[in-house]
Design a protein around this ligand. Structure first.
Ligand SMILES: [Cu+2]
Length: 454
């Protein structure tokens, strides 16, 4: 019996006993770092991993941090990194008032981030608890054909309740991902990052490394199940969360920041960074030669692509990182209005406002001071557009990473939109300490406009 086969059977022998304990510990970790998945407690926000990114930077590479998504832990077996990954149905809270029934891996959608080092031998003990068969494909990785995860071609589908062992050596470096090799399962959320850190660190070295998976969902009002056959999408997410619920990225002023963007959806997304120029230092194929780098501030992330960007965090502030397609900078209003939409339409303004407020209270939106409109606004064709759209959720999405942002910061943030907060030393260290300690933000000063009534 070869060593690999022996390890396989040993693994399978302990699988029944060991996997549940391990899944439990992953769940426990998920509870700390993933506030969006509903079967975990709604506390904490990527704290452990944020702290890690800060404290481990003197090592050979900076671990990637995927906001709102945990890392997948591993154990060592005779020099092999062993990961356990389970495909399963999940509930994912994408904003405080909307939870979707999605499919994901090991308690998270998108699935937990796998981090390895170039040259590692990795084994993934895969279990399928979905109601249908599936496989795992290693997107961009040069693996032996029997590890490629294509149903019927390179392997038999893994049936519900079934297990499969993937094992290969990672000889590449770069931004890869794993996903089900079935179109509709992909659109139900079955994807996760697979990051291979280079054996020899890249130069210039980065101080912060962030990963974001871009996804889109078509969900009818009053429904929680994405329509995986739809071509029009009303919910757009970064790492399975829509703005303003996406955890901000925090970087030290003067540091070098890497951002890895991976798209698995039906549209291509032009991702724009405010206030800085960046260079594209890699794709789904690995590191790009420095001779190809050029300054830009918007990168088109096509379906099934990875785009890796790097920039010097030169200017302090909360700088937007967002898809620039207008409809991808919105959340679905019809979800908020639910079945009241038609009722509200022919009410007087005062009653409509009261109804809106009743709904808002259940969400919980706050009053925002309405942005001023012109006295003759109603006489102007096209009015209103974005007037009355401010729906701040500061308190509902409060977390240490958002500490110190101005009141109503969340009012205009929707869809595929987050921020990188570039902070001078003292402010940066203050927030990192809050993240490590899990210090809640001080109570919000509510900006209540009594003219709206409640
Ligand atoms: Cu987009």
């Amino acid at each position: 019996m070869s060593g690999t086969r022996r390890r396989f059977f040993q693994d399978m022998a302990v699988f029944g006993a060991g996997v549940f304990g391990l899944r439990k510990s992953l769940r426990a970790e998920t509870k700390i770092s993933d506030p969006q998945t509903s079967h975990t407690a709604p506390t904490g926000a990527s704290r452990a991993s944020h702290a890690k990114a800060v404290t481990l930077s003197p090592g050979p590479f900076v671990p990637i941090l995927t906001p709102d998504v945990p890392d997948l832990p591993h154990e060592m077996d005779a020099g092999v990194k062993v990961f356990r990954l389970t495909a399963e149905p999940l509930k994912r809270r994408i904003v405080p008032f909307k939870t979707l029934d999605v499919w994901g891996y090991s308690g998270s959608c998108p699935g937990p981030t796998i981090q390895v080092r170039q040259g590692d031998r990795v084994r993934i003990i895969f279990e399928n608890t979905l109601p249908e068969s599936t496989t795992l494909h290693w997107h961009g990785l040069e693996v032996p054909i029997e590890q490629d995860g294509v149903p019927f071609v390179s392997q038999k589908p893994v049936p519900p309740g079934g297990k499969y062992l993937y094992e290969f050596t990672v000889h590449q470096e770069g931004t890869f991902f794993y996903h089900a090799h079935s179109a509709m399962q992909e659109m139900m959320g079955l994807i996760g990052l697979f990051i291979a850190h280079p054996a020899t660190p890249h130069y210039p070295r980065v101080d912060h490394d962030f990963g974001i998976i871009l996804q889109e969902w078509a969900v009818l009002p009053n429904s929680t199940v994405p329509n995986s056959a739809a071509m029009e999408f009303n919910w757009l997410t970064f790492n399975g969360v829509s703005a303003p619920a996406i955890t901000p990225m925090v970087a030290r002023l003067g540091s070098r920041v890497r951002l890895r963007l991976v798209n698995l959806g039906m549209d291509h997304h032009p991702i724009h960074l405010h206030g800085h120029q960046f260079v594209i230092t890699g794709t789904e194929g690995g590191r790009a030669p420095e001779s190809t780098w050029y300054p830009t501030n918007t990168v088109l992330v096509g379906v099934a692509q990875a785009k890796v960007i790097e920039f010097e965090a030169k200017y302090p502030g909360a700088w937007m990182v967002h898809c620039h397609l207008p409809h991808h900078m919105m959340n679905s209003m019809s979800d908020l209005l639910r079945d009241r939409m038609i009722m509200t339409a022919d009410q007087t303004e005062e009653r409509a406002m009261r109804q809106m407020q009743t709904l808002a209270n259940s969400v919980p939106f706050q009053h925002a001071p309405p942005s001023p409109v012109a006295p003759n606004a109603n006489a102007v064709p096209g009015f209103p557009q974005d007037a009355f759209m401010e729906m701040p959720l500061d308190a509902a999405v409060a977390k240490p990473e958002a500490y110190g942002l101005p009141p109503n910061w969340s009012a205009g943030m929707m869809g595929m939109m987050t921020m990188v907060r570039i902070l001078a030393d003292k402010d940066y260290e203050d927030i990192v300490a809050r993240i490590k300690a899990g210090t809640p933000n001080p109570p919000m000063k509510m900006e209540h406009d009594p003219s709206h009534g409640t």
